[in-house]
Design a protein around this ligand. Structure first.
Ligand SMILES: O=C(CO)[C@H](O)[C@H](O)COP(=O)(O)O
Ligand SMILES: [Fe+2]
Length: 229
């Protein structure tokens, strides 16, 4: 079905980390084999929850975190937050198209700031939002839960959406990452990869375990079995 041009990337979501020890938690999860840190920004407006802003991203950089930071903006409006996160050292910034009045402008703002850009589509958001930006995005994030909270169950019909987006990526001829976020765990990560994803966000499935390395290793073992030919 698909042959990812990139290796599989595991991106622990710090939403489920111990916020009182965030620097140590991030260090520990990187040492345990994580590729990317997924950073969930919620504003109690676009989503019914409130998390953290760019100061925390900057604090992680100042603490010495060098791993890519993948900022998932669940905020509206988006542009002022994009500017702040560019300043704070974000590597990738994604946002929800319905949260921006001018999607192309917001994507360009991210690129001009030197970060990678992408759109996030909720479970019931149409793929039509991708039609005019496939030449611009570096990453597409498909939500497999409704945004706002960690620890929810994976919505199964996301698998079909992943297959459709993978086809669009192949058609575009571009090297666009396909990230999936929400309810990802060792028991379903192989099916998600086989559908066409190459980047996997997992919050509770990693941070709610005692042994982060064992949790990540188990996911990698499942990914090694994925048939994506
Ligand atoms: O964007 C998110 C929620 O809006 C989180 O990234 C996501 O839910 C990760 O948590 P979990 O793996 O526990 O589902
Ligand atoms: Fe997220």
């Amino acid at each position: 079905m698909n042959s990812p041009a990139r290796p599989y990337l595991i991106a622990p979501s710090i939403l489920s980390a111990d916020f009182a020890r965030l620097g140590e938690e991030v260090e520990k999860v990187i040492e345990s084999g994580a590729d990317v840190i997924h950073f969930d920004v919620m504003d109690n407006h676009y989503v019914p929850n409130l998390t953290f802003g760019s100061m925390i991203c900057k604090a992680l950089r100042d603490y010495g975190v060098e791993a890519p930071i993948d900022v998932h903006l669940m905020v509206s409006p988006v542009d002022s937050m994009i500017e702040q996160f560019l300043e704070a050292g974000a590597s990738i910034i994604t946002f929800h198209p319905e949260a921006s009045h001018h999607v192309d402008r917001s994507l360009q703002l991210i690129k001009d700031g030197g970060a990678e850009c992408g759109l996030v589509l909720n479970p019931a958001t149409s793929l039509h939002h991708l039609d005019c930006v496939m030449d611009k995005v570096d990453q597409i994030l498909l939500m497999s839960v409704n945004p706002g909270f960690g620890g929810q169950s994976f919505i199964d019909n996301t698998l079909d959406k992943i297959r459709q987006v993978r086809q669009r990526i192949i058609t575009s001829g571009r090297d666009i990452r396909l990230e999936v976020d929400g309810g990802v765990k060792a028991s379903n990560i192989r099916a998600i990869a086989e559908a066409g994803a190459d980047m996997f966000v997992a919050g509770s499935a990693i941070f709610n375990q005692k042994d982060y390395k064992a949790a990540i290793d188990e996911m990698r073992a499942e990914l090694a079995l994925a048939n994506n030919s």
